[in-house]
Design a protein. Sequence first.
Length: 136
Amino acid sequence: MNASLRRKLEGIERALSKVTARSQAGIPIVVEGQRDKEALRRLRVHGRIVCLKSTAEGFHDFASRLFGSREVTVLTDFDDEGARLAAKLIDELTHMRVKADLAIWKQLKALCRPEVRAVEELADYVEKLRDEAAAG
């Protein structure tokens, strides 16, 4: 594995360890759908993961379910739609005085694009990079 890919894998793993630590501290993670949640579980992220799109409730009602949390980690997809959803969610949560953290999303997007466009692709991508690292 070349040094560039090794640095990329190390950066992704650091970001994922931050997600895990925040989750273990009780901070909910917001993803778009069930496959995103499953990908994070494969990456050993435990804790509360809430799917934005897998509910029939409206956006405001979804955000209201997060009321009471002091902050959330936003991990929408890395495409334009994911960015729009993140912005809309941040706006809604800010009105509810819930801090929506987008820092890890920005890190992962910078590290994974263009190979990964959706959170659901993240587990396969990380496994591929780990296999390449193990192969030398």
